[in-house]
Design a protein around this ligand. Structure first.
Ligand code: GDG
Length: 453
């Protein structure tokens, strides 16, 4: 069997796996045994390294390079997270564009390619992840790499009218065509991306989603990412009855728990969600002192100015809501900015009556799937889900909301809190069956099978 070489902007440190890491690492761990994981170490140095540091841990080889400070600023904070991230989440007002940053994005991809090539064997399959590394196949091909190279985009893709605002956008579309296979999360993303290829790049796409490019053919497809639902469910059972699970349950004093778990990111719709909870309390007084909302939002991308702005906004909102509604022994919102261990989170979800997942836009949103997986089949909680999360394609039995409307969020929480047991079970079973079948392993397998074909 060919060896799998995974390339992502950030390579998780082997010690962090399962503790700090999120869904992607969990999803890929199984496929990675015996493979190579290549990318940025997470360390910033004087200059971007040209040679990878290689370590073998439990059968997986980790090859990483440090990024130079200027590259970190221009490639990572700059083009990746201040241009592509807002653009691909439909936030043109937050998008910045700066040519030197775009050039750094290209040159870091070139440096990744140069440091990766000495690690490659002729039969390796190279699987590149996410928006940081769109030009990587082109750079690898330029260095003579003949291996199969595939790409998966974890974030949404926008329609041509939006993508057209990105200067040099056609170069990135052309670079995508240098892969053998390009996967996106949903059929909507696929349609948007192929419309861009046709309309902005002027290349035809055949019925199988193939685009001819430099004598080869790139195939495009939708591969919705899954989670390891069964092991997450087991973890939730164990952890809900453990010390942290009990501590949470006791602290609630019988109140219903509403919970959100997100990276602190403006795409996750947190201010609207806080406002939605405020309107719930403003409109249905019977929930006063009966409901507690826990929001876990671990800080991320602190070096990007927009992330500091949203953090300040949420600090203020949480304070204002608690000041307005709180009583001597009831804090309406418990707002936590530190990451929580994955197992502990699973147990928390199981104690949660209403899981709030209301991003303004999200490629998939794994928290939605994890919340469903963690529920007690006999007495499941209710998922409130944004219509603009990729997960909505598979989790249509959630209570769906437009996350731009805080009143709709309030109504959805109210409906969820009152939902009868029969209806909760029925909705949950349908969602569970889907996520248990279309799990992380199935996702990997379907992607690699198409690549192999
Ligand atoms: C990108 C796309 C797509 C969160 N807080 C903690 C913690 N998490 C874990 C969650 C989940 C993961 O992080 C977050 O995944 P999401 O899918 O919700 O969101 P992004 O980070 O934006 O991921 C997204 C995903 O890639 C996969 O393709 O679904 O659309 O944006 O697993 O549980 N984990 C721990 N502590 C925390 O405090 N341990």
């Amino acid at each position: 069997m060919a060896r799998l070489v995974l390339v992502s902007n950030r390579v998780p440190s082997p010690q962090d796996r399962g503790v700090k890491s999120g869904g992607l690492v969990a999803a890929l761990s199984e496929a990675m045994s015996g493979g190579l994981w290549f990318g940025w170490s997470g360390q910033v140095a004087d200059r971007t390294e040209s040679k990878a540091q290689v370590r073998r841990v439990r059968g997986t080889v980790y090859a990483t390079i440090d990024l130079g400070k200027q590259d970190y600023d221009d490639y990572y904070v700059g083009f990746a997270n201040s241009t592509l991230w807002p653009l691909l989440h439909f936030r043109l007002g937050l998008m910045e564009f700066d040519r030197p940053q775009y050039e750094a994005y290209q040159s870091v991809n070139r440096a990744f390619a140069a440091a990766l090539v000495p690690q490659l064997k002729p039969d390796d399959i190279v699987w590149v992840h996410d928006y940081h590394l769109i030009p990587l196949a082109r750079e690898l091909r330029a260095l003579g790499v003949r291996n199969k190279i595939a790409f998966f985009l974890h974030v949404p893709f926008v329609p041509p009218s939006v993508f057209a605002v990105l200067p040099k956008g056609s170069e990135l579309l052309a670079a995508l065509c240098d892969y053998d296979l390009v996967g996106v999360q949903t059929v909507t993303d696929l349609r948007n991306l192929l419309d861009c290829v046709r309309e902005l790049l002027g290349r035809p796409v055949d019925d199988l989603g193939r685009v001819a490019s430099n004598g080869r053919s790139a195939r495009f497809g939708a591969f919705p990412i899954g989670i390891d639902a069964r092991s997450f469910a087991d973890m939730a059972v164990e952890s809900a009855g453990g010390a942290e699970g009990k501590r949470l349950a006791q602290s609630l004093g019988g109140r219903a728990l509403v919970m959100g778990v997100d990276r602190l990111d403006y795409s996750k719709g947190l201010p609207n969600r806080f406002e939605g909870f405020t309107r719930l309390l403003g409109r249905w007084k019977e929930w006063h002192e009966k409901v507690t909302y826990v929001q876990i939002a671990a800080r991320s991308r602190d070096d990007v100015p927009q992330y500091r702005t949203i953090r300040r906004e949420l600090d203020q909102l949480a304070g204002r809501i608690n000041g307005r509604f709180g009583t001597i022994d009831w804090v309406p919102i418990r707002y936590i900015n530190r990451p929580v261990a994955r197992g502990t989170l699973a147990g928390y979800y199981r104690h949660t009556r209403v899981g709030l997942v209301t991003p303004l836009r999200d490629g998939m949103n794994l928290v939605a799937k994890e919340y469903v997986a963690a529920q007690d089949p006999e007495d499941p909680g209710v998922l409130v889900l944004s219509r603009f999360a990729g997960a909505v394609h598979e989790l249509g039995e959630a209570v769906l909301v437009n996350p731009y409307d805080p009143d709709e969020i309030a109504e959805a929480i109210n409906v969820a809190l009152r939902m009868p047991l029969d209806e909760r079970r029925d909705r949950w079973q349908r969602m569970w069956r889907r996520i248990a079948t279309d799990d992380a392993a199935a996702w990997c397998k379907s992607f690699l099978t198409v690549l192999d074909a």
